[in-house]
Design a protein around this ligand. Sequence first.
Ligand code: XMP
Length: 329
Amino acid sequence: MQLLVRPDDMPRINTPELAQAFIEEQITTIKEQVGDKKVLLALSGGVDSSVVAALLIKAVGKQLVCVHVNHGLLRKGEPEQVIEVFRNQMDANLIYVDAVDRFLDKLVGVSDPEQKRHIIGEEFIDVFAEEARKLDGVEFLAQGTIWPDILESEAGIKAHHNAGGLPDDIASRFELVEPVRILYKDEVRCVGKELGLPDSMVYRQPFPGPGLGVRCPGAITRDRLEAVRESDAILREEFAKNGLEGKVWQYFTVVPDFKSTGIKDGKRTFAWPCIIRAINTIDVVEVTVEHLPDELIDHLVYRITKEVAGINRVLIDYTPKPPATVEYE
Ligand code: XMP
């Protein structure tokens, strides 16, 4: 039976043996719960939904239907990685929805941060619900709910992302399957590693639901969004090369909506700056900044201004939280 509450005496899953035992137990539980019916999962490629997908693939194979919605605000290479890992390597039943134009068209001219978040959230539910309505015989909805989600929603800190967001005609059709519900984040990672997911997925840094949308402050334009995506990819590549991946809690770039004068090949440029932010935290309530080595900063400035279209200046944000928040919107 699926446990809804974490038992007080449950050991912390922090070894391959404990992770294996958890996986075996969950496979039995999922098989009992689901039988020969289909299960639907919104697969973002984040740690929690990826681990849930891998567990369900082991338990019920093609009865799992994964839906990956590309809203155009994902990081470089993410949709491709989801397809590679789940469709090509794990042979999963994966529906890839290219909703890039749909999201970006809705966001044209929208500069208010809350309205941007709202549009992205609503549109995501609409796209997912449309896919769900197309499918026959699905009785279960799998979710990557984890134990801190339950604790936080009980404490009234944030609403946990369960079926509450789905329209009634969709939500009422499903029974929930939440195989990592009683696990803490580090335990989910330990289980993911044992399930054979790549390290870049298992140890992924936190990434906000509205994605790169909150790192393109103000009204999103496709060219500025591309500058965020390309500079983020360079930052991640250089952090990995310099042994900082997995050591720094979160790092990203932001491209604000103002331009300054520069010079390239003897000609005037008028382009955006790219802001680099790298932070460490335990609880995200208070955040300290990671001070980067001078050589790395110089190299990042060189690469970003040379390789990213529309950028002629690089700035570093060394502001802790408080007074700043982690994200810009
Ligand atoms: P802030 O900006 O509030 O961010 O200091 C704290 C942490 O939360 C992440 N974050 C989000 N995560 N949906 C998410 O799933 C969101 O809308 C969202 N906004 C911020 C942020 O990346 C940081 O790790």
